[in-house]
Design a protein around this ligand. Structure first.
Ligand code: G3P
Length: 224
């Protein structure tokens, strides 16, 4: 399963890439608004950092299909044709998805709250469907079960569309989907870091270091 960062702060992105196996970056208008800068400056910085082949998702914000298509052309002309354009899974969005897929663009159908929406998007030929796990939970439904149902639907219908699950609030939600073998998940920096946040592990490693130092001296390692 691919693991992406759902954030646009370049320092957070650099820091996570420095330590962890990261497969790309996803953004949305809310995430970009938190940077408080021109979105294209922010996005270009991310593109420069992850490289031309790096996976980057950028959302169109128009309400009408033709305008979404125009936005997709503009986004990719600046950030590269391989940029995945996120198109909301609404009526106008499905129209835009079909046009853009015929034109050969990479499309992520976003704002997926139900398997029915994902089915329509997959029929449009999109590359990813992006269900919002935690937001589905907050509606009183089961976000993880919804994603699993979407995966079963994609498999049963032999769609090539993958799932890019989003909106996680904890690592348990993430791991439920890792074990189900979905294509990708995108995590906020906090949830990403929590994947490796275990005080017992830290204590165990510190105890190993301390025991070694008691044998060979403070600061000594296996390099002596
Ligand atoms: O792009 C969708 C995803 O970022 C939503 O996450 O945490 O705002 O529900 P959240």
């Amino acid at each position: 399963m691919k693991l992406l960062i759902d954030d646009a702060h370049i320092e957070e992105i650099r820091s996570l890439y420095a330590y962890y196996p990261v497969d790309g970056v996803t953004t949305n208008p809310t995430i970009l608004s938190k940077c408080g800068k021109d979105p294209y400056i922010v996005l270009q910085e991310i593109r420069d950092f992850i490289g031309a082949e790096g996976e980057l998702h950028v959302q169109a914000v128009s309400r009408i299909a033709e305008d979404m298509v125009e936005e997709a052309h503009h986004i990719t002309s600046i950030l590269g044709k391989n940029t995945c354009v996120k198109i909301p899974s609404v009526k106008e969005g499905y129209k835009a998805m079909q046009i853009l897929k015929k034109e050969g663009y990479r499309i992520t159908a976003t704002a997926i709250y139900s398997p029915a929406q994902a089915f329509l998007a997959a029929k449009c030929g999109v590359d990813y469907v992006a269900p919002y796990v935690n937001r589905i939970d907050n509606l009183g439904y089961d976000g993880i079960a919804t994603v699993k149902e979407i995966q079963d639907m994609l498999t049963a219908n032999h769609f090539e569309t993958g799932i890019l699950a989003a909106s996680f609030k904890n690592t348990r939600q993430v791991m439920s989907l890792v074990t189900y073998g979905i294509t990708a998940a995108t995590l906020s920096p906090d949830v990403f870091k929590a994947m490796n946040n275990n005080q017992s592990v830290e204590s165990a490693v510190e105890a190993f270091i301390s025991d070694f130092e008691s044998l060979r001296g403070k600061g000594k390692t296996m390099l002596y």
